[in-house]
Design a protein around this ligand. Structure first.
Ligand code: ADP
Ligand code: ZN
Ligand code: ZN
Length: 675
């Protein structure tokens, strides 16, 4: 029946290469088909990646493919090549990359009602989209040029749409999508967004703009069923537009013609566990493999992306001005809090500005990147601190629920009535989180409608969407929140942004924290003054003389990025050098370090053997946050000026590491976001 007698199949097992099985005799099997194969004593879902004439396996040990899923068409060749690339690049087995990125429904063994469930998944839920009552905007010159350049590209071109906040990047995306879909009605478009909370507004806007097109979403807020439904609609070409978070990177999209990554600098695009991939980097590759254009949009592009702009590898499209002609950029004031007596942590000027803004019936955003009430609870009489028993960090005090909670491992306990060490009853919260700010603000402005948005207030389904909607609808006077409030939203009536406690980020030893602080500040500033109100941003910081504030005051990303890049180039650090981390965790730090030391010696030998001169292997060190959930963690940094050498080295090195028998758990992180 099948073209050839043997099938190469990949399965979702770490470090396992593809396996060979006999093709079934009663049904045809094709490359890209999902199937069921036996693996030891288990039966698992596999994916056929090749058909072959022969095998080395002796005939008595050959096993057959047990079932082929004919109900769904095979994954196409370009998807297979893409996942193979990701597997080679990130040093994970192909099966792990390909299968773990399928929705549950398509990678688990089918239940008895498989066919019925599948038919149900094919019935797309109809989403009522409001009639198109949006006024069609007249593009400004810079927007028009950007749209023109992108729509002209008929092969792979990586565009960087660098537009200040409020410059109308979304409108550019919509026009480009429109053009792609009008040229080919079956074309598919992928639009990646950093936050699921940004999808509802965007989704509504796109739906009303393209009423004749099918739009589907993929993000972690969906049920397994809805995710599978969206996946299948794209795979079967019934949907043309996919809006999703990082997980949409691996969606099957046989007619993919355009990729857009909004807020491309966002950290959520890098996976923090499992296959530690960068959605942005992979999608650049995917676009290249497919010969299609890709657009990276941001007001604060990542330095990696900016380096590619400066070297001419990516094409820059700039939007220098806010799109709404009356809109202005917020004016910056930095206040040194150590120069005056603060009221509940707030300077007089901040208090006065907030009151004035409220009087004008305009909205205020207060940004502070720390949720909870206080980051630590302490006993003034004996010095006890609320450490997490499982991590080398403090459990955060959450006053509203009366608990201490560890933000790293999830451990929590009712807050102690007495000091567990000396019995003292007066435990004191140290430092300030969003809950405490909320409490202070309620006290200072009892009449104001205050809303806090952070991960704690938005756990329930739709909670975030409703909260943001309340701000858009003008039912909130003061919005207090973490990064969540800084991203993307097009608030119309915000004219004051107050930033508290950016100093912990500015004082950090992490080389990337300055660029992150800068992006945070630019983004949160970007929420104010978007539709004509005179706007201000006030930052309480002891580091007012830092260069970062000069760039922020001028809203000049290029000034900041070019300076940091030239420093990096001089220092020979990322992005001018390629990096990978070997991360190890064990029951004790000694075991983890021992493993990494062994790995380093093996690596040294391999480096010589390969004559991989560009490779530097550093000494293993404990991770900054050493213990998490009772596992002690260490890391080993590898650097190279040659991407090719680094990749070849990692491949062989991992191969050897797999052979080291050890209770240590390890993983390679290529292009780590933190070192
Ligand atoms: P960004 O994503 O760049 O921060 P948005 O796409 O949210 O900006 O646009 C900011 C605001 O400008 C929106 O309210 C949008 O409707 C408006 N806008 C976009 N393009 C134009 C234009 N050409 N003329 C007038 N207003 C525009
Ligand atoms: Zn913990
Ligand atoms: Zn005590």
């Amino acid at each position: 029946m099948s073209e050839k007698p043997f099938a190469r199949v990949i399965v979702d097992v770490p470090q396992l290469p593809s396996l060979t099985y006999k093709c079934p005799t009663d049904v045809e099997i094709r490359v890209g088909d999902r199937c069921i194969v036996s693996l030891g004593r288990r039966e698992v879902v596999g994916l056929v990646v090749a058909l072959e004439d022969t095998t080395d396996i002796s005939s008595d040990r050959q096993k057959s493919v047990q079932r082929v899923f004919k109900e769904v068409s095979p994954l196409d060749e370009s998807w297979l090549r893409f996942t193979k690339f990701a597997s080679d690049y990130y040093q994970h087995s192909w099966g792990e990359v390909a299968l773990s990125n399928l929705p549950n429904f398509f990678r688990s063994k089918p239940g008895p009602r498989y066919a019925v469930s599948l038919e149900r998944l094919r019935q797309l839920k109809t989403v009522s989209s409001k009639a198109n009552n949006e006024v069609v905007l007249q593009l400004n010159d810079e927007q028009r040029l950007a749209v023109e350049m992108i729509t002209k590209a008929t092969s792979f071109v990586p565009f960087v749409l660098h537009g200040v906040t409020g410059s109308g990047k979304t409108e550019v995306y919509l026009r480009v999508i429109e053009s792609v879909l009008s040229r080919n009605p079956d074309a598919q478009v992928l639009l990646l967004v950093p936050e699921i909370n940004l999808t509802p507004q965007l989704e509504a806007r796109i739906r009303s703009r393209f009423p004749g097109k099918r739009l589907v979403c993929m993000h972690s807020g969906l049920s397994n069923g809805d995710r599978a439904r969206a996946w299948l609609a794209m795979h079967e070409k019934r949907a043309q537009i996919l809006v999703g978070t990082r997980m949409a990177t691996f969606a099957s999209a046989p007619n993919l013609a355009l990729i857009i990554i909004d807020e491309e600098h966002d950290l959520s695009y890098k996976a923090g566990d499992g296959v530690r991939y960068s959605a942005r980097d992979l999608l650049i590759k995917r676009a290249q493999m497919l010969s299609i254009p890709i657009v990276l949009g941001s007001a604060t592009p990542s330095l990696e992306t900016w380096a590619n702009v400066r070297s001419g590898r990516y094409q820059l499209l700039a939007l220098h001005h806010r799109a709404i002609p009356t809109a202005t950029m917020p004016i910056l004031t930095v206040i040194d809090p150590s120069h005056e007596k603060l009221t509940h942590g707030l300077s007089q000027k901040v208090i006065q500005k907030i009151s004035e803004t409220l009087q004008r019936k305009e909205q205020v955003i207060v940004f502070l990147n720390r949720r909870g009430y206080a980051p630590v609870l302490t006993c003034p009489s004996c010095g006890w601190l609320s450490s997490c028993p499982h991590c080398s960090t403090y459990a955060v005090y959450h006053k509203s629920v009366g608990r201490l909670m560890c933000h790293h491992c999830g451990w929590s306990t009712p807050v102690y009535a007495h000091c567990p060490n000396c019995g003292n009853v007066d435990l004191v919260p140290l430092g300030t989180g969003t809950q405490k700010v909320e409490e202070i603000f309620q006290m200072l402005w009892p009449q104001a409608r205050i809303l806090r948005i952070d991960r704690d207030t938005t756990q329930k389904k739709n909670a975030a969407q409703e909260a943001f909607q309340a701000v858009h609808d003008g039912n909130v006077d003061i919005l207090i929140g973490t990064q969540m409030v800084a991203k993307g939203h097009d608030f119309k009536n915000v004219s004051l942004v107050v930033v508290l406690n950016i100093d912990s980020q500015l004082a950090s030893a992490n080389p990337k924290s300055e660029e992150r602080a800068f992006a945070n500040l630019m983004q949160v500033a970007g929420r104010a003054g978007r539709s004509g109100l005179k706007a201000e941003i006030i930052v309480q910081s002891r580091f007012g003389d830092r260069a970062i504030f000069e760039a922020l005051a001028k809203q000049d990303y290029e000034l900041f990025a070019d300076r940091v890049l030239s420093e990096r180039r001089e220092e020979g650090t990322s992005p001018y050098v390629f990096q990978a981390l070997l991360l190890a965790d064990a029951s004790t730090i000694d075991k983890a370090l021992q493993f990494l030391n062994d790995a380093a010696s093996v690596g040294e030998a391999l480096r010589k053997q390969l004559s991989a001169d560009s490779i530097i292997i550093y000494d293993p060190i404990p991770m900054a946050l050493m213990r998490v959930a009772d596992r002690e963690r260490a890391q080993l940094l590898i650097e190279s000026t040659s991407r090719v050498q680094l990749n070849a080295f990692l491949k062989q090195w991992c191969h050897v590491l797999i052979g080291i028998r050890s209770s240590v758990h390890w993983v390679v992180d290529v292009d780590p976001s933190d070192i």
